[in-house]
Design a protein around this ligand. Sequence first.
Ligand code: B12
Ligand code: SF4
Ligand code: SF4
Length: 383
Amino acid sequence: MNSETSTIKVLQQCHELGFDLAGVCRAESAWSFTRFGGWLDSGKHAGMSYLAKYCDARSHPDSVLAGVKSLIVVGRKKTEKGEKRIHVEGGTIARYAQGRDYHLSMREKLAELAAFHQELFPTAKTRFVVDTAPILEREYAYRAGLGWFGKNTMLINDELGSDFFLGILLSTAELAPTKPAPEISCCGSCQKCVDACPTGALNEPYFLDAGKCLNYWNIEHRGKIPEEIAGKMENRLFGCDVCQRICPFNREKSELSCKTCQPSEKFHPDAVVLQNSCDDSRLIQLTLDDITGMDEETFQNIFRETSILRLGLDGLKRNAEIVRNNITEKSLFGDHSVVKFTVTIAFGDVFPNLNRVTGMQIELSGQIVFRMGAPIQSLPERM
Ligand code: B12
Ligand code: SF4
Ligand code: SF4
């Protein structure tokens, strides 16, 4: 069998296994490795030290599988039908985490793909990865033709938008490559995601500053979340979807698996909030109080096989407390925009617990900066 025929057979199998996207690229050095190094050097990886630790390994997929020749890159949409889903009243959960952990479903499908591949190439060595190995997945997904890079750093597919996950089957067999997307980015003059990000994490488009990204803080970070970040979480209990929900490539294409589930306009339209009327029998409804009072056994039972399990009960309780505080403040001071001021004194920052002055009202969850002698002026976002 020649390499073109092998590629066609593998892609057909990907389709049969239920992957929404699939392509093949050669296992060559990552051209965006220098770019990745620059991102690390500027400290944009925040506390994700594992990215720096295994930095060099990302220069070539050989570090993941010795002798690798081809990468079969697959993409799978978030599937929710029939899955357990969790709804927390008052708090939003990023769309990707509302059902079963995608690592599990992707790995199951990739194992089947690997078995099929082994039948085609009995002597080939393979390994599959989903986030679990030092490989620049989005670059190889671009090279295999699955999509292009958005200013929000997501890999975007013209048809599917960015609501899909990536997985890679590495193989020592030689397969003919598919073509990359015609454009490296199709954002053009749009910068909705950059403008909508609540923390300015995308101020340098195409590079995400994880030290400002709410996804990093309320999912990856362990320990206390700084006050200025906590305030910006508003009602986001787990993750943040703003830069994806605002994207025209998702807005027009995304569909809700449950017709009674509508995007919530109450706080933020970024995450899909399930309504009480949702008739899904596998829907688990919780309140913020349920979470703050939860014991470990209940946590394990409810969140088993979800992405939230990895955060742990302490992390989830931390987020629930923050959301509850944010909600309380919001209902105390109404929904109007606040004007922020800075007052400065020579002795450095004081009142670390005060953040915003709203006319005569003071919100208690932020910071005011005082510096001697300077007139009161507008306070730019301090992050
Ligand atoms: C660390 C990490 C994070 C970090 C940092 C994210 C980031 N943007 O860097 C945090 C915790 C914030 C995060 C959040 C999310 N993540 Co994440 N994450 C990763 C992980 C493990 C590594 C990414 C990484 O190396 N980042 C460093 C930057 C510099 O690299 P990069 O974004 O991949 O881009 C490289 C190339 O693709 C290329 N490139 C990228 N853009 C452009 C643009 C141009 C013009 C050019 C020339 C090149 C180029 O150059 C870059 C440097 O080498 C990958 C899995 C993996 N192993 O790749 C998943 C991954 C990127 N995450 C994913 C997802 C789904 C998410 C979330 C949606 C989940 C959520 N709601 O919490 C959010 C999305 C936030 C966002 N806007 O990115 C998916 C993305 C799928 C997709 N369609 O793009 C991945 C691929 C996991 C997977 N297997 O599906 N994530
Ligand atoms: S996930 Fe939220 S905080 Fe992070 S870059 Fe996107 S909009 Fe900004
Ligand atoms: S919102 Fe606009 S700029 Fe951002 S990724 Fe989507 S198309 Fe690109």
